[in-house]
Write a protein that binds this ligand. Structure first.
Ligand code: GLY
Length: 368
């Protein structure tokens, strides 16, 4: 177990720094939704590939408001949440959990307004429309035949909509998607594949592939952390033991294969990786491990998961990762990776890394 006062002190320092960086960003570039930095700067014309990150900035503001109770953050958080409201009917992406769980769901959790909750539920309903009966999965943004591991981090909003409305069809689609992902994207050793492809006529599973990993049969780190966190969330809705077992298998793979500091490379299978770190995967893992520590039935694992999450945070709070000692760097967390093959956001700050780092810091501070 790490020294708790030290974890708290580091977490508070990092959280305060995040508040400074987010404020600088939104005052320099109002109503702008960056995805990744270029040379440490948020504003540039780099390609997005897909639009999935617009909730993370508002999400950081809700976290800052909860931490500080400063009315500035309350006002900005609502403003940036309202800027994404129209996405509740967006049929083009599989990312409505990312967009609405971080913003409107946080808003609802803090204030309980039913009109705010209705937006979260509508986003969940929209996401459920991606369900393919042939194959039994929610299709990814790249095509009808494609299932992404990332969607495990979004399917929670459909379970939530099912719980709120009592609609059994929403529950069926979310459960079937989770079981299909478990069966075809999670391997026996707890590693995960980024993508599965299906025959559209028969629904038959064809093969595992990747976009952001090293090879089709390798283990893209961030994808595994989406699974670690996402299967835990699905367990919290369903209490189906298969899902907590899967989350634990992913967590155990992460811990076994990652260096002692807790930050993996972009893909564990890449021999001599060009870059040693994918810090956003570490931030997601830390946050997911804090959750899993509360979900597992094994007390020894619960302690180990929490201790490992704190270890990751201590590493991310060091000046190698926290940009606090890097003059001119506009992000919070350095050494993130978006899409190595496309050359997007390579060794940069990335918006989801910032958000999940702050979420994990909140959990270390007992705020969530
Ligand atoms: N599109 C989700 C990710 O890059 O992890």
């Amino acid at each position: 177990m790490n020294d708790l006062p030290s974890v708290r002190a580091q977490a508070n320092r990092a959280f305060d720094f995040a508040g400074v960086q987010v404020r600088r960003l939104i005052e320099a570039h109002p109503d702008y939704f960056p995805m990744y930095t270029l040379g440490g700067r948020w504003k540039h014309g780099g390609e997005a590939w897909t639009n999935w990150c617009e909730g993370f900035l508002g999400g950081q503001m809700w976290l800052l408001y909860r931490h500080t109770r400063d009315p500035y953050w309350r006002e900005r958080a609502e403003h940036y949440s309202r800027l994404v409201e129209h996405r509740k009917t967006d049929r083009n992406v599989h990312d409505l959990g990312f967009l609405f769980w971080s913003t409107w769901k946080r808003w609802f959790d803090l204030e309980g307004d039913p009109a705010v909750n209705a937006v979260v539920v509508e986003a969940g309903r929209t996401l459920s429309l991606r369900f393919k009966e042939n194959g039994q999965y929610l299709r990814s943004f790249v095509g009808d035949d494609s299932l992404f591991i990332d969607i495990m981090m979004n399917v929670g909003i459909i379970f939530y909509a099912a719980q709120q409305t009592g609609d059994p069809e929403l529950l069926r689609r979310a459960t079937r998607h989770s079981l299909t992902s478990r069966r075809y994207l999670v391997r026996g050793d707890g590693s995960t594949s980024h993508e599965g492809l299906f025959d559209l006529t028969t629904g038959e599973f064809l093969k595992q592939t990747t976009h952001q990993g090293w090879r089709d049969d390798s283990s893209w780190a961030r994808g595994l952390t989406w699974a670690l966190y996402g299967f835990g969330t699905v367990y919290s809705f369903t209490h189906d033991e298969r899902f907590v077992q899967t989350a634990e298998a992913c967590a155990d793979f992460y811990i076994e294969r990652t260096p002692a500091h807790g930050v993996p490379p972009n893909d564990w299978e890449e021999s001599n990786p060009r870059l040693p770190y994918e810090s956003s995967a570490a931030a997601i893992a830390a946050s997911g491990l804090f959750n899993l520590a509360k979900l597992t039935h094994n007390p020894a694992k619960a302690m180990a998961y929490r201790a490992y999450a704190e270890r990751i945070l201590m590493t991310l709070c060091s000046s190698e990762f926290l940009a606090i000692d890097t003059p001119g760097w506009e992000g919070v967390l350095k050494h993130g990776m978006y899409h190595q093959r496309k050359g997007l956001g390579v060794d940069e700050s990335v918006m989801w890394g910032e958000y999940f780092f702050m979420e994990a810091l909140s959990k270390a501070l007992g705020e969530e």
